[in-house]
Design a protein around this ligand. Structure first.
Ligand code: AHM
Length: 338
């Protein structure tokens, strides 16, 4: 096997970044490595999902009242396991758990960071072999070092994230993460079992031709959202079109594609669910951070997602994210809803 030494692994890359900051402790690099390890384990099981008896419903419901699949629990346990045994994380919040888990031990109480994650987003797609993903956001804690972390560490606005990322278990497995300095994507090389830098310095194109929305909810959307969808459908060569509608129903896959190709992803509120479906802390904040660092934009239809002060762990929000020019056109349409 020939190994291309020009290609950096995730560990090599984060260590290289660390060299630029001699005062850095390396805790964030270790945290990212821990998440990478957990996602490799999840990847192995996701790949076997059609073969082993891990498919199917676990028979319980999570705090959102949704069906929990076995893989959700497996992914959740893997992430908690690596972060608890690591030395960089003081506690976690998970979409699958009612409350935060505080790692109250001597080492964890000295750790700078807390992590919020959706261990397996789009899990209803596992049974049909569609891409799914893990989403995470990392915050520096506000509680004093040396003591257990507190709920205040988790209820910080998304603009306080020091890093955020996702793993997509798709036709290949990729880990993409952002810090304020940039967004970089790593593809899992199955031959060496390492994430390797494949998409350096990802930029979200300022415009695109893809819009992602659940059309089935059309008549549940506000007038502004319906107007925007109508505009997307009427695009032609004369005004930047035609547009293409793409909606997998697995946000990680939908936003990943739009991030690379340019586009807009929307999960608006509906008459039945004015706050929509997606969770601010586990899904929207990480993607808003990543897409903004890449040059795009994310709002709830009125305000910047990253400036929302969370009031509860599992809060939901309407979500609009994507290329800046497309977001500007959407915002013009949404004026009518204000
Ligand atoms: P899930 O993790 O329970 O599958 O829910 C999250 C997913 C997102 O990935 C996706 O964007 C959205 O739910 C799709 O919802 P809908 O089927 O209502 O359009």
């Amino acid at each position: 096997m020939s190994i291309n030494r020009q290609v950096l692994t995730l560990d090599e890359f984060t260590l290289q970044q660390l060299r630029n900051f001699p005062s850095a402790t390396g805790e964030l690099s270790r945290l990212l490595r821990d998440i990478g390890l957990a996602s490799k384990r999840v990847n192995v099981e996701v790949n076997k999902a059609g073969l082993v008896d891990i498919l199917g419903d676990h028979g319980t419901t999570n705090i959102q009242g949704e069906e929990v699949k076995k893989m959700d629990i497996y992914a959740n346990n893997q992430l908690i396991g690596v972060l608890k045994h690591g030395i960089s994380c003081a506690g976690i919040g998970s979409e699958e758990m009612d409350e935060i888990e505080i790692f109250d031990d001597e080492i964890s109480n000295q750790s700078k960071y807390v992590c919020l994650f959706d261990p397996l987003d789009g899990s209803s797609n596992i049974d049909v072999n569609v891409s799914i993903g893990t989403i995470f956001g990392i915050y520096k804690r506000v509680s004093p070092l040396g003591s257990p972390c507190t709920i205040e560490d988790f209820l910080q606005p998304g603009n306080r994230q020091v890093a955020a990322g996702y793993v997509i278990y798709g036709s290949s497995t990729m880990l993409v993460y952002a810090t304020k300095r940039g967004v970089n994507g790593f593809t899992l090389d199955p031959q060496i079992g390492e994430f390797t830098l494949s998409h350096p310095d990802i930029k979200c194109p300022p415009t695109g031709r893809i819009y992602s929305v659940n059309h089935g909810n059309f008549f549940q959307y506000s007038e502004g959202v319906r107007n925007y969808i109508n505009i997307c459908q009427k695009k032609d060569k004369s005004n930047g079109g035609p547009y293409t509608q793409r909606y997998i129903g697995s946000m990680v896959a939908d936003v990943h594609r739009n991030l690379i190709k340019g586009g807009i992803f929307t999960y608006p509120g509906t008459i039945d669910k004015p706050k929509g479906k997606l969770r601010l802390l586990y899904e929207c904040n990480p993607f808003a951070f990543i897409v903004e660092v890449a040059g795009g934009k994310a709002t709830n239809g009125k305000d910047r997602i990253l400036d929302i002060q969370p009031t509860e762990l599992h809060q939901r929000t309407p979500f609009f994210v994507g290329s800046v020019d497309m977001m500007a056109e959407l915002e013009t349409c949404l004026e009518i809803d204000k």
